[in-house]
Design a protein around this ligand. Structure first.
Ligand code: GDP
Ligand code: MG
Length: 441
């Protein structure tokens, strides 16, 4: 898949010491292939690669990042930009209620499902939506929406097959006005292919209801086809945005990457499953990261490298390897850790470290605290620092006295230290990315 492919492109770069025109060129050739294979629109790929090249070549070589990291960083940023990072992609419902939202798209794209998901999500935001079945060609379509509504406890406007969809929508709007619904979610008809009759019908609904949002529901699995569909619908209806469904499946990612660049319309929501809660607001930066598949490890490395003096970090790493994580290395680490911000903010970046994070709550170390910890550790004998388990009651008392603290302080420090030790184990399990990343390599 796309993620694995990117990974293998970057692996090759990892061996290189410096960013040169040649190795950038080589990496970009492969990035280009990866994107085309993922069914990203050809012109989008061309512009994308050009943008990355320009930035990579023109850039001062950052001493703290390897060439691979540097290119990955640029690729990630450009992917985010391509998908609309930095622009407001949220639904605009600021209008006089009832606010109509029209969902359209081909048959099977996920319109009816998305109507239900959207209604649920709006209700969670304290809105009061009414579901409107405007797909009157298949009786089953109305039933499907009714089933969804019943399941969610959200009202579906009552209508019979065979009525005119525009008349249904207008009647539903009057009904909403009279009954206090503030949002209309219009589930429109789909076809297997785009045809003029359908577009005409959707155009008439649009003209009559003036929907605040006209969202195309598109199936991510269909890749470039989804992009073409988006272009056609946009030409006819002037979409306000796109809902990309089935991103939970084995989507090649091409649609997510191309739609915005091709149509200029933002992806606003994504469907990540068949269940009613599987709808999320679209975050370009998260999507970019998901595509690159590196979790937040990369930003951890960046953060660490930016903050820690490399020589010092290298020495510390050597010592850690030789001596293990002891109170002594812990003390020497505190300064570096402090430069990187709170432990919590660092742990947040590590995939799967959520639990450790909870344990570390309150481990943010203000200066005073830091001095206290140093004083306590300094009052220990070298053996005690290397093996904290030998600190029994009487030794703890001696250390407390020597450092001008209390036995409780000493106990607390030892408790925290054991927690930190656990955390270090977790990081080490991440391999080179984890520990080396943290230590700045
Ligand atoms: P419509 O014809 O556009 O109204 O499409 P439906 O809402 O009936 O959905 C068609 C099929 O796609 C159904 O089986 C849905 O369960 C499924 N579906 C819709 N959205 C998603 C999604 O985000 N992920 C997955 N895996 N399936 C979805
Ligand atoms: Mg439907």
């Amino acid at each position: 898949n796309l993620t694995e492919k990117f990974d293998s492109v970057f692996k090759k770069l990892r061996g290189q010491g410096r960013l040169t025109e040649d190795n950038i060129q080589e990496a970009l050739r492969e990035v280009r292939l990866v994107l085309l294979e993922a069914d990203v629109n050809f012109k989008v790929v061309k512009d994308f690669v050009a943008a990355v090249r320009e930035r990579a070549v023109g850039q001062d070589v950052l001493k703290s990042l390897t060439p691979a990291q540097q290119v990955i960083k640029i690729v990630r940023e450009e992917l985010g930009r391509l998908m609309g990072e930095g622009t407001d992609n949220s639904l605009d419902l600021a209008a006089r209620p009832p606010v109509p939202i029209m969902l359209c798209g081909l048959q099977g794209a996920g319109k009816t499902t998305t109507c239900g998901k959207l209604a649920l999500s709006l209700r969670k935001q304290k809105r009061n939506p009414l579901l409107v079945p405007a797909d009157i060609y298949r009786p089953a379509a109305i039933d499907q929406l009714k089933t969804v509504g019943r399941q969610l406890g959200i009202e579906v406007y009552d209508t019979q097959p065979g009525q005119d969809p525009v008349a249904i929508c207008e009647a539903a709007r009057r009904y909403a006005e009279l009954n206090g619904f503030d949002t209309l979610i219009l589930d429109t008809a789909g076809r297997l292919h785009i045809d003029e009759a359908l577009m005409g019908e959707l155009g008439r609904i649009k003209a009559s209801l003036a929907p605040r949002e006209i969202l195309l529901v598109a199936d991510a699995m269909t890749g470039q086809d989804a992009v073409n569909v988006a272009e056609s619908f946009d030409a006819q209806l002037q979409l306000t945005g796109v809902v990309l469904t089935k991103l939970d499946g084995d989507a090649r990612g091409g649609a997510a990457l191309s739609i915005r660049a091709v149509t200029g319309k933002p992806i606003k929501l994504v469907g990540l499953g068949e269940k009613m809660d599987a709808l999320e607001v679209f975050h370009p930066d998260r999507m970019a990261q998901r595509i690159l598949g590196m979790g937040d490890v990369l930003s951890l490395i960046e953060k660490a490298e930016a903050a820690i003096d490399k020589d010092q970090a290298a020495k510390l790493e050597q010592r850690l390897r030789k001596e293990g994580f002891t109170l002594e290395t812990f003390r020497d680490q505190l300064q570096s850790i402090k430069k990187m911000g709170s432990l919590e903010s660092i742990l947040k970046l590590i995939p799967g470290a959520g639990k450790a994070m909870k344990q570390m709550k309150g481990m943010q170390l203000p200066d005073k605290e830091m001095k206290k910890i140093e004083a306590i550790i300094n009052s220990m004998t070298p053996q005690e620092r290397r093996d904290h388990k030998m600190l029994n009651g009487s030794r703890r008392l001696r250390v407390a006295k020597g450092s001008g603290t209390t036995v409780q302080d000493v106990n607390q420090l030892l408790k925290r230290f054991t927690e930190a030790q656990k955390m270090m184990k977790k990081m080490q399990q991440l391999g080179p990315k984890g520990l080396k990343g943290l230590m700045g390599r």
